[in-house]
Design a protein around this ligand. Structure first.
Ligand code: NAP
Length: 248
């Protein structure tokens, strides 16, 4: 029997590229996002099943999780590739922006994980992949809410990996560098090692299907550089971070 996946944030960008990869590799794929348009377009071009959903709505999320499981028979893989990017201004920590980002990027994942774990326990196992970011490796200047939310998602994936193994639920962390999507289209700073979404989708599919690695992180050189920065003594670390602040 073919395998089934539910990709949240699967209508565009990295999620859509992964959806296409999985379809080409014989999977049945359900995709969710708020806008029906991109989901429908992907349904027509690649035969995915569209389930419009806003992950900030807990009841709707639980309802769609049940529907996807019923329609597909089971959920072998759930990928959370959702994020909103409310820009946080340098040294401004307003509650509303943080609430919006955390509500979607972190609590949105929680609203999906709870019913999906219940479904996977009932079906005897499964796999959960959370798309975080290298921006969660440490507190980045100019992206306080985004960076904090991604750091929390990394910690969550680590905890879940340990706790859910006994339920035969495998948990993966996806840590992309820069990828050319709607998300990065308005970035007005240099994006080193920028990848195309198709490349990212292929790397994630390969990592999920051909390896058992906990973290699927790419591109390797960028990831290694950032992991090195993460290990630096704080005076050196903050000297580098200060260089990322806008001039003036
Ligand atoms: N692009 C990069 O350089 C990069 C780097 C590292 C990590 N990432 C991560 O990769 C993931 C995918 O991002 P992307 O670059 O592919 O950008 P994207 O195309 O904007 O994907 C984000 C997806 O999230 C969905 N979404 C946003 N809010 C939602 C909500 N409340 N409920 C349901 N769906 C919602 C969007 O669809 P709707 O707007 O239709 O809801 C969209 O399909 C994100 O987690 C992002 O943080 C991206």
């Amino acid at each position: 029997m073919g395998k089934t996946a539910w990709i949240l944030g699967g209508g565009t960008g990295i999620g859509a590229a992964l959806a296409k990869e999985l379809v080409e590799r014989g999977w049945t794929v359900a995709v969710s996002g708020r806008r029906p348009g991109p989901l429908q377009a992907l349904a027509q071009s690649h035969g995915v099943r569209p389930y419009p959903l806003d992950v900030t709505d807990a009841d709707a999320t639980a309802g769609v999780a049940r529907k996807v499981a019923a329609d597909l028979g089971r959920i072998d893989l759930m990928v959370f590739s959702v994020a909103t990017k409310a820009v946080t201004k340098t040294a401004v920590y307003d509650h509303e922006t943080f609430q919006k980002v955390i509500d979607t990027n972190l609590l949105g994942a929680m609203r999906v994980i709870d019913p999906v774990v219940a479904q996977m326990r009932a079906q005897g196992g499964g796999e959960i992949a959370l798309v975080a970011s290298v921006a969660g490796y440490f507190g980045l200047p100019r992206s306080a809410a985004y960076s904090a939310g991604k750091a929390a998602l990394i910690a969550l994936a680590q905890t879940m990996k340990t706790e859910l193994a006994r339920d035969n639920i495998s948990v993966r962390l996806v840590s992309p560098g820069f990828v050319r999507t709607e998300f990065t289209a308005k970035n007005n700073f240099p994006m080193p090692f920028l990848l195309e979404p198709e490349d990212a989708g292929r790397r994630i599919a390969d990592g999920l299907l051909r390896s058992r690695r906990f973290e699927i992180a790419f591109p390797l050189r960028f990831v290694l550089m950032l992991k090195l920065v993460r290990m630096l003594p704080y005076p050196l670390f903050f000297a580098i971070m200060r260089r990322l602040l806008p001039k003036g």
